[in-house]
Write a protein that binds this ligand. Structure first.
Ligand code: ADP
Ligand code: MG
Length: 399
């Protein structure tokens, strides 16, 4: 996949109708937005387009209306918030690409902004229906994709519309693609990847792809125990993906063949059972991974592993991290995740965090502003790390 894509700064937008796909999938409660983070994040692109005198037509999905016109998933509240942030009226369309949207788009003056209704009100959106793509495209001269979180989906408003319009990235997508793309295509070395999370099976292709690129691959979290089991250790009641033991052996052999340093935890926090509720106080002990008792389960990496992983991260020039090191939702079992987050925060390397829970952990633990880049797209960033072509990015013009 080519990561060198044109952005809004590489195309003339003055006086043009610009259809801009944003990620306004914001949480709401009782008709009020509970976090406007995603709207705030979209403002630089919107402000740039307005300042250049484009006629701006914004669109997004919100929630999963599945083709039904659910009033609680209307983007009206979003239009209001953008309008407040922009200090300027945002015209709200009554439909997605129907008569009202078409008429309002046609009436826009340079620098005006309008917002279409929830794209997923139309069934064709998630089917990438060419009729919807054409109707969306007919309102505009240029397509801008600034929604990274849906870039792994081939939907009408994320990719299909680019069949009919010149397409470029907005600032958010540009940042994701340039930072993660560079790390994968041309990283400063040593390049260290840290993987964790619950299951090996969730990250098969991530492990496989990163082994092609990194100097060191660190595996922690729940998936580490399947690797340990594949090495012949008994791991007690820890999470083990029995069907993936051969896969883990294959990956360990691949690491060796490629000269990749594969690091597994040497010690682990164990308890008799999974905490219930997840944040309940829980007595833990620390044991070496060669010595996990049969009636115990590993729920976090231990202090020696923390030290080893942090040291590897600190010696790197590029670090990619996906997946918590333990059950970080529980303060007692968050130590490994905190140690890795701390190591990334302290490092001078380019540090990149992808994955919904890892990003949330960085934010919760207060390390977010010390990380070079926290990806805004959970699923999209995983597919990126898998080396897959993301339809919402592949459809943009190459530089
Ligand atoms: P991400 O969203 O960052 O890609 P995942 O969704 O793959 O991460 O994994 C996050 C989940 O993994 C968390 O809910 C965490 O509790 C769980 N987890 C981490 N370590 C373990 C473990 N040792 N046993 C069971 N679950 C674990
Ligand atoms: Mg997750």
């Amino acid at each position: 996949m080519n990561y060198n894509k044109k952005s809004i700064e590489d195309i003339e937008v003055a006086g043009k109708r610009v259809l801009c796909r944003c990620d306004f999938n914001v949480p709401t409660k009782d008709g009020k937005i509970t976090s406007d983070k995603r709207i705030v994040a979209a403002m630089p692109t919107i402000e740039y387009l307005v300042s250049k005198g484009a006629k701006v037509i914004l669109c997004s999905h919100m929630g999963k209306p599945k083709g039904e016109w659910k009033p609680e998933l209307s983007l009206k509240v979003v239009a209001q918030r953008i309008s407040e942030l922009l200090g300027k009226e945002v015209v709200m369309a009554a439909d997605v690409a129907g008569e009202d949207a078409q008429a309002k788009a046609a009436a826009l003056q340079n620098g005006d902004v309008m917002l279409l209704e929830n794209t997923r009100y139309i069934k064709g959106e998630t089917k990438n229906d060419p009729e919807l793509s054409k109707a969306l495209a007919s309102m505009a001269d240029i397509f801008v994709n600034d929604a990274f979180g849906t870039a792994h989906r081939a939907h009408s408003s994320t990719a299909g519309v680019a069949d009919y319009l010149p397409a470029v990235s907005g600032y958010l997508v540009q940042k994701e693609v340039s930072i993660m793309g560079k790390a994968l295509a041309n990283p400063e070395r040593p390049f260290v990847a840290i993987l964790g999370g619950a299951k090996v099976s969730d990250k098969l292709n991530v492990i496989n792809n990163l082994l092609e690129k990194v100097d060191t691959l660190i595996i922690g979290g729940g998936m580490a125990y399947t690797f340990l089991a594949a090495q012949g250790y008994s791991v007690g009641k820890s999470l083990v993906d029995n069907e993936k033991l051969d896969y883990c052996k294959e990956m360990m052999a691949k690491a060796q063949a490629k000269g990749v340093n594969l690091l597994l935890p040497v010690d682990t926090a164990v308890a008799g059972s999974f905490p219930n509720p997840i944040d309940a106080e829980i007595p833990v002990s620390y044991v070496d991974c060669t010595n996990i008792p049969d009636d115990q389960m590993g729920l976090d990496i231990g202090p020696k592993a923390c030290e080893a992983f942090a040291a590897a991260a600190k010696s790197a020039k590029t670090v990619v991290w996906n997946g918590p090191m333990g059950v970080f939702e529980n303060p007692t079992l968050a130590k490994g995740t905190v140690a890795v987050a701390q190591a990334l925060a302290d490092s001078d390397a380019v540090t990149i965090v992808g994955g919904g829970d890892s990003a949330a952990a960085c934010e919760q633990l207060g390390f977010a502003d010390k990380i070079t880049h926290i990806s805004t797209g959970g699923g999209a960033s995983l597919e990126f790390l898998e080396g897959l072509e993301l339809p919402g990015i592949a459809c943009l013009q190459d530089k």
